[in-house]
Design a protein. Structure first.
Length: 326
């Protein structure tokens, strides 16, 4: 697609759960893992042993960060993602706090230190940790699966509000990008001693954190089940369609509207060579050199650019086209 502010994309909501990101958290025994594994075509990322009492769920145990990186590559690599999506729709990430600890341990071993705070000569490996966790998470977020993250709860030390357990470098990106953050509360047992299914909250209160991107979602779900979770989101989207007078589209259609202009290295390189000839013919070589060195550095040439520099090449090409047009 071509970027043009005078011919913009118009935002749309996608129906269904494809591409949606959901965070559910709460105390132990609120049914988080059990209901998560009942979602459509689940695959369980087992950072914890949460499915020891649940049968029939496809999973792989994750005992370190390298295990996760290997699995994540198969789930998100362009070479394997189509095959993976034939098998799985819901990727269950259980759970965030343990995953973050594995990521920290991976970086500590990589840098030969005991704790994240000891790396970089005492300045800490916090930036490396943030980048490593986000890089892997971002691959999953852009994959188009339904992502269901599971978290435990903790109290904020300053506000006493109940929040998802985890540090800001691991939990914050999930909280900020989730379409729905649901806080689960236990309902105990009934008169016959049977466990009553938990309830779910989708709006923040002074007592706990919860949220939703969907303005028309029910803020409370009395009985939290996989079916009811899907239904409450689907109904919220239907209400938004009616309120906005716009039909929801498929995830693939929505994804297309967020796609940047595709950059072809070979094509851009050829265009740059062609336009360089035009500058030379117009006796404007100094102007061309000024633009190139502004972006690549003194004495650098576009023909030396690698494929990883294709965005910079495209910026140079745009500026050179503008100069010629003048």
């Amino acid at each position: 697609m071509t970027f043009d502010i005078f011919n913009p994309q118009v935002s749309v909501v996608a129906k269904g759960l494809d591409g949606k990101m959901i965070l559910i958290y709460g105390n132990n025994s609120t049914g988080k893992t059990k209901q998560a594994t009942r979602m459509k075509k689940p695959f369980y990322l087992g950072f914890e042993d949460g499915i020891r009492a649940i049968s029939g769920v496809p999973f792989l145990p994750i005992n370190n960060w390298r295990d996760f990186k290997k699995i994540n590559k198969q789930l998100t690599d362009p070479k394997t993602i189509d095959k993976a999506k034939e098998l799985y729709q819901t990727i269950i990430f259980d759970e965030v706090f343990t995953a973050a600890r594995y990521c920290q341990d991976f970086l500590c071993k990589k840098h030969g230190v005991e704790t994240i705070g000891e790396g970089n000569g005492g300045y800490g490996l916090w930036k490396e940790y943030e980048n490593e966790f986000w890089t892997e998470l971002d691959k999953l977020m852009k994959s188009g699966y339904t992502l269901l993250f599971i978290g435990h709860e903790q109290k904020d030390k300053d506000t006493e509000q109940i929040i998802p357990k985890g540090d800001v470098r691991s939990m914050q990106p999930i909280r900020d990008n989730a379409d729905v953050v649901a806080y689960l509360t236990s309902n105990g047992i009934d008169e016959e001693g049977k466990v009553v299914k938990s309830s779910a909250w989708f709006a923040e209160t002074e007592k706990f954190f919860a949220r939703s991107r969907f303005d028309h979602i029910d803020t409370y779900l009395e009985e939290f089940t996989a079916e009811n979770l899907e239904k409450v989101i689907s109904v919220a989207i239907e209400r938004q369609e009616e309120a906005d007078g716009v039909k929801a589209v498929t995830y693939e259609e929505q994804k297309e509207s967020f796609t940047s202009e595709e950059l072809d290295y070979d094509k851009i390189m050829q265009e740059l060579k062609t336009i360089a000839g035009q500058f030379q013919k117009a006796d404007k070589w100094d102007e061309l050199t000024e633009v190139v060195e502004k972006h690549l550095g003194e004495g650098k040439r576009v023909t030396e650019c690698k494929k990883s520099q294709v965005q910079v090449m495209a910026v140079i090409l745009d500026e050179l086209k503008d100069l010629l047009a003048e």
